[in-house]
Every structure is written in structure tokens, then in C-alpha cells.
Design a protein. Structure first.
Length: 376
């Protein structure tokens, strides 16, 4: 029987491995039982410098690979290496560059180019070839004996995305309710967009996503709550507005998908305001003049612990007749330099008087607690 030269055997082996990789779906390969080929073994390995390999919908990723391989014959003569079923760049039998580190250990380096496809998860390095003594070897870092070998595997991850955070309303009233919306997505490597140009991007449901807040002046975000993504990856929740600052979504890496953070949405808190009223005399004769005083103040910070007079603001004087539920605006008065209000009006009925401030883009609206005045 005619023997097959080593290089021809390598070519045949490469064809068989490619067919096997194709049958298992591309990038991931099942962990085989270790074949007992002489004493060739991994002593160390590094795949992508120990970092996860993250693939999106179109772009490839170049993955550096290195390994120290032991063989008692003095080293390895040929090597075919693949990562997740994708052969490293280079010629058959020599797609890693191997240099003798010691008399029995070779340090081998190479590069794989991975494209979106296959299945995400744990991947390893597989090598095959012939040692100097002619013995054939086939080793995978996913074999059980390499379970404790540092760097024996890497994670192949889908690139997740989070739509820009949208917080409403903006600006917000202190103590008011903010509503947050967003969407978590990732690629579907087994489907393409309608035009066939790229892999499809789909919503990623049933995943924990953190709602985070960074107060103005702070250097880091704090988690407010965790929300589970819904149908098509949609996110929605509410929280109380207590300070001005930035809100974002954050998704943590898992075994199949990369981490992602949304762009943030800055929400300014309206400064709290206070408004007082005092109408007199009480009681008052019908048709007599009634003097109505008051003061408008605004908080000096989000904490609303100190307030100062708010000057030059338009404030409405309003009246509600006893038995009615509706206030009617009598006139508009501007606050003085210290936020004070004072005006006169005619008392025509028993009822309630108040000041009403509509607010603006920095200070919240407020109504004074009404002052009841009877006719005598």
C-alpha cells in the first residue's frame, strides 16, 4: 500500500476539519474526546490576550493567539491551528510561527480573523500536526486535562446595544415621577436584514438591565433599580426625581453577549418654589378695598433646604367664590426685588384668595394656600 506523505496527510486533515466545522455550524466546535497521540501538550495559551471576542453584524475581528507546546522529541515540525473552527491565517502546516524556547518546548504565535456567525459562548484553540519524531498530535485547550490551564478558553460574544436613554419630563419637578424608555438589542447571526446586507439586529428580551443615575458634580453612576427587558428588548420604568443629573441604561456581560451602556440623558430639576398669601381686612365690607400681600421664593439648590426671594416674576391674583370649585384670575402682579407681592382689589363676595405662579424653565410652579375672606 502506498503511504501518504506528511504534507498530503495535513491537507487531507485540514479538509476533514473544515467539513467538521461546517457540520457543527461554523465558529463553535464540540469538545472532542482527547486522542492519545504521544506526549504533545499545551503548557500555556493565550487567545485574544485573554479578552472576550465581540462580534457585531458586519465587521470581522482579528484575534492574536499564542501557545507554548511541549513535545519530548524536541519540538513540532508542522502545525495547523484553529480557533472556534476558523483556521489561523497562514499556509497549511505552518499557520503558526513556532520558535524553540527550550529543547522540548516551542512558543507558537498566530492570528485568526473571525466573522459574525456560528454560536456565541466558550471557545478554545485546537492544534494538529507532526512532531520531529514523526508522531501525529491533535490537542484542544477544551480537553478536560486543560481545565485549569490559565487562558485555556475565551468568550465569543454577540455585541449588544442600548438605545439612547430617554427620560421624561424634562425639566422635572423635585419629587416628581420620571419615566424612562430604551431598548436592548444584539445580532442574530443566523438571520440577515431584509436587504441581505448584514446580519440582523433583534431585540434582546428577558435580560436584567440597570437604570443608573449620576448626580451633577459626581464622578460615577449609582444603580437605582434593575429592569427586565420586555418583548423585542424594550425597556420602560419610572423613578423619583430628587436631583439634577444624568440617567443611563447599563447591561452587564453574560456568557453569550457583551456589556453595553446607553448614551445618557441629562435631566435638570426645577428649583422648588414657595408662595404665601394674606388678604385683609377680614371680614371686609362688600364693595370695600381688599389688600392682598404675599411672597414668592425659590430654592437655592436641589436639596430645597434654603430659599430666597424671586424677583421680577409674574404672579396671578386669583379668587374662588364660596361654593365654586374654579379660581378666576383677577390680575397679574410682578414680584419686587425681594419676591414680595402687594395689590388691592374690590371685595364683592365671600370666598378664597390666592397667588398662583406658573413657573418657568428653571423654577417649578406653585399655588399659595388660599386665604378665606368673609363679607360683613
Amino acid at each position: 500500500m502506498t503511504s501518504i506523505p506528511p504534507r498530503s496527510r495535513s491537507a487531507a486533515r485540514r479538509t476533514a476539519l473544515v467539513l467538521a466545522a461546517t457540520a457543527t455550524g461554523g465558529l463553535l466546535f464540540a469538545t472532542p474526546a482527547r486522542a492519545a497521540y504521544d506526549d504533545t501538550e499545551f503548557r500555556s495559551v493565550s487567545i485574544n490576550n485573554g479578552k472576550p471576542i465581540v462580534l457585531g453584524t458586519t465587521d470581522s475581528v482579528t484575534v492574536p493567539v499564542s501557545a507554548q507546546i511541549y513535545d519530548d522529541s524536541g519540538g513540532i515540525d508542522t502545525i495547523d491551528a484553529d480557533v472556534a473552527g476558523t483556521f489561523l491565517e497562514g499556509p497549511v502546516d505552518h499557520n503558526m510561527t513556532c520558535v524553540h524556547t527550550t529543547a522540548t518546548v516551542s512558543t507558537c504565535t498566530g492570528t485568526a480573523i473571525l466573522y459574525p456567525g456560528g454560536n456565541p459562548g466558550r471557545i478554545g484553540l485546537r492544534v494538529s500536526g507532526y512532531a520531529y519524531d514523526g508522531g501525529y498530535y491533535l490537542e484542544s485547550t477544551l480537553y478536560p486535562q486543560y481545565e485549569n490551564l490559565p487562558g485555556n478558553n475565551a468568550l465569543l460574544l454577540m455585541k449588544t446595544g442600548l438605545a439612547a436613554m430617554n427620560a421624561t419630563p424634562e425639566p422635572a419637578r423635585r419629587g416628581g415621577t420620571l419615566t424612562f424608555a430604551g431598548r436592548l438589542t444584539r445580532p442574530d447571526w443566523h438571520a440577515t436584514e431584509v436587504d441581505g446586507s448584514t446580519k440582523a439586529t433583534v431585540g434582546y428580551p428577558d435580560q436584567p438591565v440597570k437604570l443608573q443615575f449620576k448626580k451633577n458634580g459626581a464622578t460615577s453612576y449609582a444603580t437605582v433599580k434593575t429592569v427586565t427587558s420586555g418583548t423585542d428588548g424594550k425597556l420602560k420604568t419610572t423613578a423619583t426625581a430628587n436631583n439634577s443629573g444624568s440617567w443611563r441604561w447599563l447591561f452587564a456581560q453574560n456568557t453569550t453577549s457583551s456589556s453595553a451602556a446607553s448614551t445618557d440623558d441629562a435631566v435638570t430639576l426645577l428649583k422648588a418654589s414657595k408662595l404665601t398669601v394674606n388678604a385683609g381686612p377680614e371680614p371686609v365690607a362688600k364693595g370695600a378695598r381688599l389688600t392682598v400681600d404675599g411672597r414668592l421664593t425659590r430654592a437655592t439648590s436641589d436639596a430645597a433646604t434654603t430659599f430666597t426671594g424671586y424677583a421680577s416674576q409674574p404672579v396671578k391674583l386669583q379668587f374662588r367664590k364660596t361654593g365654586s370649585s374654579t379660581y378666576t384670575t383677577i390680575k397679574t402682579v410682578r414680584t419686587d426685588a425681594t419676591g414680595r407681592l402687594s395689590t388691592t382689589t374690590t371685595a364683592n363676595a365671600t370666598g378664597y384668595w390666592r397667588w398662583s405662579y406658573a413657573g418657568n424653565n428653571t423654577v417649578a410652579s406653585v399655588n399659595a394656600t388660599a386665604d378665606g375672606v368673609s363679607l360683613k
